[in-house]
Write a new protein. Structure first.
Length: 443
């Protein structure tokens, strides 16, 4: 039996029209740095301002209304408005990553330009008031739209515009998390799932220009402060492997929860507009934000508190339960928003709980560091859900600015992947992409 030959990429294929293609990618990267950076900045400062308003309303109220009612009404209206915007471009619903992947596989056409402002404004309306959604999904899809529009400006052929749509998407992830290598890994491992020199060059140029603009305008701070962590010894790697296996199973369960939430949102009161249903859920989330502001939002703030050891075991258990449900409910409505950032918090909480539990069981035999397991838990849970271990490992390494836990990150992520595969769990974006064919939305 002969071995099939793998087609090679010739220098002629790599170089044909390359300068024009890279120029389009560079221009797109500049725009992604501006748009994605502004989106990130507005989310951070808008979220802080909103929590400040809730604190003021708790004592002063608003226009004669009690603070809790004002929080409910404002959040409900904002979430309903975010869902209403989606009706003008169904491909702007939810994360948008699955749509980018569908374009790569020629299962969908590139999203129209109107998706960009809808994703930008809709994402702010949904996430500033506290929905458990991530900024990376909207930023990735906005970057993809910018890529294809840049291709049109340079009058590139259809295939080249499709390449820009998917390749430039990686710069969106890079800008969302200030993680340049993770954006390249995401394009290769998750979106394209194949490597060509031409695609890699386009992706790297877009990321380089996007990050230059982003860091020049918005700074270069890392997301997670973990400088006090120490390397793991050999005996601890066994604990990381066991933990990775648990995260693999939890990742499959979380994916099922997300799909369950999407189905229930559609099936419950099917004759009621999704805009109205989203507004009703927004009312409840507004009340939650008023009473427990530490439970809502994308999750980066809480993840830093977990890494700093600010939560006891009981608080961690409550936070895990709340964020599991809130993440599922928030994504089910179809407002613009991603899955990545909320996943990181669930992984961090799970890791801290595992370390506390291991220390209680083992007594003096071993001492597990909750912050270390929290950081590794982010990558392991991300890997179990998305099934992109290389991206997950790089993402957490870049967001923490540290390579001290590189070996535990690899051990836990590989184990999580193996267990999730053995449980026949489908990667979340594969499930969402398949769901696109069955529904009119693209969540």
């Amino acid at each position: 039996m002969s071995t099939p030959e793998i087609p090679e990429e010739s220098f002629k294929e790599i170089n044909q029209g390359l300068i024009q293609l890279l120029a389009a990618a560079a221009l797109a990267g500049v725009a992604v740095g501006l748009v994605g950076g502004s989106f990130h900045w507005l989310l951070d400062h808008g979220g802080q301002a909103y929590l400040g308003m809730l604190a003021n309303w708790a004592t002063l109220g608003l226009w004669g209304l009690p603070g809790w009612l004002a929080a409910m009404l404002l959040t409900g209206l904002a979430v309903a408005a975010a869902r209403w915007l989606v009706t003008f471009a169904p491909s702007s619903a939810g994360s948008g990553v699955q749509h980018v992947e569908a374009v790569m596989r020629e299962q969908a056409s590139p999203a129209p330009f109107r998706v960009l402002p809808i994703k930008f404004v809709g994402g702010l309306l949904a996430m500033v008031p506290g929905l458990a959604l991530g900024r990376e999904g909207p930023t990735i899809q906005m970057a993809a739209v910018i890529g294809t529009e840049s291709g049109k400006l340079f009058r590139l052929a259809r295939d080249e515009r499709f390449m820009l749509y998917t390749a430039v998407a990686g710069s969106g992830l890079s800008v969302a998390f200030n993680a340049p290598l993770s954006g390249a890994a995401f394009v290769i491992e998750e979106v394209a799932r194949r490597v060509t020199a031409r695609r890699l060059l386009v992706t790297l140029v877009a990321i380089a220009t996007a990050m230059a603009v982003y860091r020049g305008l918005f700074g270069n701070a890392v997301a997670f402060d973990v400088h006090t962590l120490m390397p793991a010894d050999t005996s601890e790697l066994i604990a990381y492997a066991i933990f990775g296996a648990i995260m693999g199973a939890l990742g499959v369960a979380y994916n099922n929860s997300v799909l369950f939430g999407l189905n229930r949102f559609t099936e419950i009161a099917p004759d009621v507009s999704p805009v109205v249903k989203a507004g009703v859920i927004g009312l409840a989330i507004g009340l939650l934000a008023y009473w427990q502001p530490g439970w809502v939002g994308g999750g980066e703030r809480q993840a830093n508190l977990v890494l700093a050891g600010q939560f006891g075991i009981s608080a961690l258990l409550v936070l895990l339960l709340v964020r599991w449900v809130l993440g599922t409910v928030s994504y089910s409505m179809g407002t613009p928003g991603g899955l990545f950032a909320p996943l990181l918090l669930v992984g961090a909480v799970s890791g801290a709980l595992f370390a506390h539990g291991g220390n209680w069981i083992a007594g003096d035999l071993v001492t597990l560091t909750p912050a270390a397991f929290a950081l590794v838990g982010m990558a392991a849970f991300f890997t179990a859900v998305v099934r992109a271990p290389f991206t997950g490992i790089l993402l957490i390494t870049e967001m923490s600015g540290s390579v001290v836990l590189m070996i535990p990150l690899i051990v836990a992520s590989v184990t999580a992947t193996l267990i999730a595969d053995r449980l026949n769990g489908e990667p979340i974006y594969d499930s969402l992409r398949a769901r696109m064919k069955l529904t009119s939305g693209n969540r």
